[in-house]
Write a protein that binds this ligand. Structure first.
Ligand code: GLY
Ligand code: MN
Ligand code: MN
Length: 419
């Protein structure tokens, strides 16, 4: 994807949680995508000329004190054996080597929005070279590398899809356990705990994002992560929770009745959201544009709101006036991969919406949200918030719902709740 030049991609920094304790380490997804190395303070350098390409990884040296307290690092020899890069050097050598490299190549590719000291160092050195006269070959332009990497990340390989499938196998079990264990009077965090147990017990060491376990009206707060309320008789619970496998995300939402049986009003709304979800998923195939899918989903959600008697009027006029947004405020879905919201492009170079291609993975997650205090909604629907989210792989012939094994139809959910 590069023209002639040098690309520098840095590992994620470690982050302090409080005083002298750290958050669990999470690698920079772009860095991990390119080389799979999972240690901090490492740097990947890619060189491309007309004659050759070369990959250099800079890693922290083995260090006895670090080994004692935090565990052994792979070190230069270990990294050279394990990873398919051309050269490995100690991170301490980076500053000296990079100055040489910048003198020889004409484009520098970095993450322009990343304030990593290693990148600032390279950028400053490149800018200094740019202002010098009489130097024959050196960096002439400083460009963004993330767009190139994230365009590659759009199309998942077989191995990446296998990791997502594995994450989903575990996430499926966790959602089913939550449906089985849920009882009136439990706390939201107790359902979260049951799911976390499944994640860890299966070797998925991290959630892909902070779990949302939202009983009743809490479901109407889209990013509710407090998870401390009681689960009450007659309410639904919306759970948006999923694990990561080998750094690949899954992202699943299910909404089910706390007492195991949908009320008539809950069922009416649930069936509408489910119908929208199934129809949107069914429209996915290569060459369909993502923007079109978004508009299509808004039409279907608006129709649902009209059928429920919540919106009154002609559909297109209602959409034009954004009336549906009050009850369906978020988008239909997002790319998913190494990041739960994979930062891959949504538009092409011309600014046109991207068309689906085999190997892309997108969530489809319609929702309808009726706040308990919203008097524009019939009383019977107030306090109901429903989202249903699956992870869809685009295939040559259409799509595959990678999370199809997770209970979703009313009868399937009620049966799962009885187990
Ligand atoms: N779990 C975050 C999302 O659904 O986008
Ligand atoms: Mn989600
Ligand atoms: Mn999502």
């Amino acid at each position: 994807s590069m023209e002639e030049g040098v690309a520098i991609i840095t590992s994620a920094p470690t982050k302090t949680r409080s005083n002298d304790t750290e958050y669990p380490y999470r690698q920079n997804s772009d860095f991990y995508y390119l080389c799979g190395f999972n240690e901090d303070n490492s740097i990947l350098v890619l060189i491309k000329t007309h004659e050759f390409t070369k990959t250099i990884l800079f890693v922290e040296a083995h260090n006895e004190i670090h080994a004692l307290w935090n565990g052994a690092r792979l070190g230069v020899d270990g990294a050279l054996k394990r990873f398919s890069v051309d050269e490995v050097h100690e991170s301490a050598e980076y500053a000296g080597m990079i100055k040489e490299l910048l003198r020889e190549h004409i484009n520098l590719y970095i993450d322009l929005y990343n304030a990593s000291p290693r990148l600032i160092e390279a950028k400053t050195a490149a800018e200094a070279l740019q202002s010098m006269r009489g130097v024959k070959r050196h960096i002439r332009s400083i460009r963004d590398v993330t767009h190139l990497i994230r365009t590659l990340r759009l199309i998942k390989s077989e191995l990446e899809i296998a990791h997502i499938r594995k994450a989903l196998t575990i996430t499926a079990e966790a959602h089913h356990i939550a449906m089985q264990k849920c009882r009136v009077g439990m706390k939201e965090y107790q359902l979260q705990a049951a799911m976390s147990y499944v994640f860890l017990n299966s070797g998925a060491m991290s959630e892909a994002y902070g779990a949302i376990v939202a009983g009743g009206n809490n479901a109407n707060t889209l990013h509710y992560v407090d998870n401390r309320d009681e689960l009450r008789e007659g309410d639904l619970v919306l759970i948006d929770a999923a694990c990561e496998w080998e750094l690949y995300a899954s992202d699943i939402t299910r909404t089910f009745p706390i007492n195991g049986k949908f009320s008539e009003a809950q069922k009416e709304v649930y069936e509408k959201v489910l119908d929208v979800q199934l129809r949107v998923i069914d429209a996915i195939k290569p060459n369909v544009k993502r923007d079109w899918l978004q508009s299509y989903s808004e039409e279907l959600l608006c129709d649902a709101l009209i059928e429920l008697g919540i919106l009154v009027g002609e559909r297109n006029a209602l959409i034009e006036a954004k009336e549906h947004k009050k009850y369906a405020p978020h988008g239909i879905g997002h790319w998913m991969g190494l990041d739960v919201h994979d930062p891959c492009p949504y538009v092409d170079e011309a600014g046109e919406s991207l068309a689906f291609e085999a190997g892309m993975v997108m969530t489809i997650e319609p929702g309808l949200y009726f706040r308990a205090d919203d008097e524009s909604v019939h009383e019977r629907y107030r306090g109901i918030g429903i989202r249903i989210e699956d992870n869809i792989l685009v295939t040559e012939s259409g799509y595959e719902n990678l999370s199809a094994m997770i209970a979703k139809r009313v009868e399937e959910i009620e049966a799962m709740c009885q187990l």
